[in-house]
Design a binder for this molecule. Structure first.
Ligand SMILES: Nc1ncnc2c1ncn2[C@@H]1O[C@H](COP(=O)(O)OP(=O)(O)OP(=O)(O)O)[C@@H](O)[C@H]1O
Ligand SMILES: [Mg+2]
Length: 275
């Protein structure tokens, strides 16, 4: 048994195998934790948007983050992607990447993709061209569109097209897609960059019920291959995809568990009723 396994077993003896306090140990690959956020605090003019937030995400897990308006959900994503620097705490991606030392582009390069609420596809370009631009990384639009793609790049684009179910729209201008299809294309563009962790903020806002259902299927199909963190207010949608749910309130983790566990937690009921 290696040192970290001994340590982990030690935790289990003290807290029991399923104890939440059993903090994953950086360096312990067997645990499969991909994101470690510990005691993260962010202040805006003295107001604590995040307050000693601690959260761990496993490799391949699909985690839903819920919480009332202003709970700090978007700020949490801003910290993970390097847009906002915390005043305190630590943020590690995998075993060796200290996110707090990296710039936003370096974090994206390290394998963390983020989808913002508003789709940001290139409307005048086709679905295929949008995906080509995504796989090409930071080349200019012109260079990308005139350069031949490698076989590997082609394969990545085809795989992304299949995952987002837009194969029959490949030559359509992105501007002609429905709102939901644009959102899927943007997810496809992120997938083409092969992120290990995908952050998705309010993916189903403004979608039709059918689009919401397709989005649930899409996100579920990603779990296992990528870690996915989804922030969403639509509880029916959360229920349809949720495994483990984290409830944020006033910048802190209020509860964590299955959707049934958190929805029946009196503290969670109270903060939602108080909205
Ligand atoms: N750049 C900023 N400057 C000042 N205050 C900010 C800034 N960004 C966020 N805040 C504040 O921090 C708190 C947390 O905001 P955040 O956007 O993270 O909440 P949220 O959980 O994403 O809310 P929503 O569900 O409404 O999207 C809010 O009170 C917000 O007003
Ligand atoms: Mg938000």
């Amino acid at each position: 048994m290696n040192a970290s396994a001994v340590l982990r077993n030690g935790w289990q003896k003290v807290f029991g195998a399923g104890a939440r306090s059993a903090r994953p140990i950086p360096g312990d690959a067997s645990h499969g934790t991909i994101l470690y956020l510990e005691d993260i605090s962010v202040s805006f003019d003295g107001f604590k948007a995040l307050n000693a937030l601690t959260l761990y995400i496993d490799a391949g897990e699909l985690r839903c983050i819920i919480g009332p308006n202003g709970a700090g959900k978007t700020t949490l994503m801003d910290v993970i992607t390097g847009k906002t620097r915390p005043d305190a705490g630590s943020a590690w991606f995998g075993q060796t990447t200290d996110l707090l030392t990296l710039t936003e582009p370096q974090i994206a390069e390290a394998g963390i993709g983020r989808k913002f609420q508003k789709p940001t596809v290139f409307e005048q370009h086709s679905v295929l061209e949008n995906l080509a631009l995504a796989v090409a990384g930071n080349k200019t639009i012109w260079t990308t569109l005139v350069s031949p793609l490698s076989r590997v790049q082609h394969e990545r684009i085809e795989a992304a097209l299949e995952t987002i179910h837009l194969q029959d729209r490949r030559d359509m201008r992105a501007g002609m897609l429905s709102h939901g299809q644009k959102q899927w294309l943007e997810i496809g563009m992120l997938l083409a960059q092969q992120p290990q962790l995908l952050l998705v903020d309010e993916p189903v806002a403004g979608m039709t019920p059918q689009e919401v259902e397709r989005t649930a299927e899409l996100l579920l199909s990603l779990a296992g291959k990528h870690s996915v963190m989804v922030v969403e207010h639509d509880m029916d949608f959360v229920r349809s995809i949720a495994r483990k749910v984290t409830v944020l309130h006033e910048g802190h983790v209020l509860a964590e568990g299955t959707i049934d566990e958190v929805q029946s937690d009196p503290r969670v009921v109270e903060v939602y009723l108080g909205e």
